[in-house]
Design a protein around this ligand. Structure first.
Ligand SMILES: [Zn+2]
Length: 54
């Protein structure tokens, strides 16, 4: 069953970021992303973007 609840979707994608170089998803606190404390576990890069942006 695919339920489309905007709030749940928002919560799901809120703390998820995508690595700019290898496109893998990383879930982290946005503040940690901003202060570049989060590394991609695949390529070890620190550049992420929000999941909503295309
Ligand atoms: Zn990566």
């Amino acid at each position: 069953m695919a339920t489309k609840i905007p709030e749940a979707m928002n919560r799901m994608f809120k703390n998820i970021f995508i690595c700019k170089s290898c496109k893998s998803r990383v879930r982290a606190d946005p503040r940690r992303i901003m202060s570049s404390k989060v590394r991609c576990r695949k390529c070890k890069k620190k550049s992420f973007r929000a999941v909503k942006k295309k």
